[in-house]
Design a protein around this ligand. Sequence first.
Ligand SMILES: [Zn+2]
Length: 325
Amino acid sequence: MLLGACIWILSLAQARTASHGVQPAGLFSRNYIRLADWAHANNFELHWLKQDETVQLGNHSARLVFEVDSRAAELNGTSIKLCYPLIMRNGSPCLAQLDADATLKPLLYPSRNRAGAKVRTIVLDPGHGGRDPGNMDGSHQEKKYALLLAQELADQLKRAGFNVSLTRTTDTLIDLPDRPDIARRRGADLFISLHWNSVASGRSTLKGAQTYCLTPAGAPSSNADAGVSGGGSHPGNRLNDKNILLAYDIQTAMRKDLAVEDLGVRRARFWVLREAVMPAVLIEGGYMSHPSESKRIYDPAYRKQMAHAILEGIQAYKSQVERVR
Ligand SMILES: [Zn+2]
């Protein structure tokens, strides 16, 4: 590849200080590559949708959109948070090498499972339980609606031929480390944790669905300040490529099937994702703190639609990773 010659070592601290107004913790630098070089090497045409602000890469099968000085990106209409912002350098948009390798490549060129490795056994993990109610909206508790969504999704997955079980089927608290361990002991091919979101307190206009996968080692998580790095390697990092593909497929199905705000594929170091030894995601299906989205969350008909979207995302993933023979 031609990219080697075009790599610059940039100080991310310098790049981000102006727009954030804060000095990121610690000194670190990142490899950035020119987006035009990456586009050329991967058969994409580059053009600006808005000069020096929004850039698009397109070819016969995919369309990528990036915002300058932002981690917001889009692949075929689905929002993705990059690990590092796209930046301008000498008049050219530049992409972090890590995002080329760990965000775009596994989505554009999915790697198949080893021969014979099927996606068959799925462990669903309804968040919280027992003395941990999760988010609260008046008398409504997240733990209850997480379990109801998991039960609905389990029914639909079983009807579609999957072997499904839950980390909890009653209102009990399971310690976080035990959840991915249950999935490991049951030989799960996928681990899917289900949650409902909320702002810290009160009502908010923030709404939408988002799907998390584990942050690559050393990179900042999506909801942390962009300047903060850190976080070592965890067992789940061995499955980075499959994690983001599963997250993307589920997020895409939710975006298409449900009239829901697309808050995108994001990275986090949630315990259940760090310790999972199979592809794992955590879905935040919507905000209990939003006046109308909360009503949908409490509605069995809407949860049925959401479960169906998640099922479709899992089926899309399965068809991408399983070998035909
Ligand atoms: Zn939760």
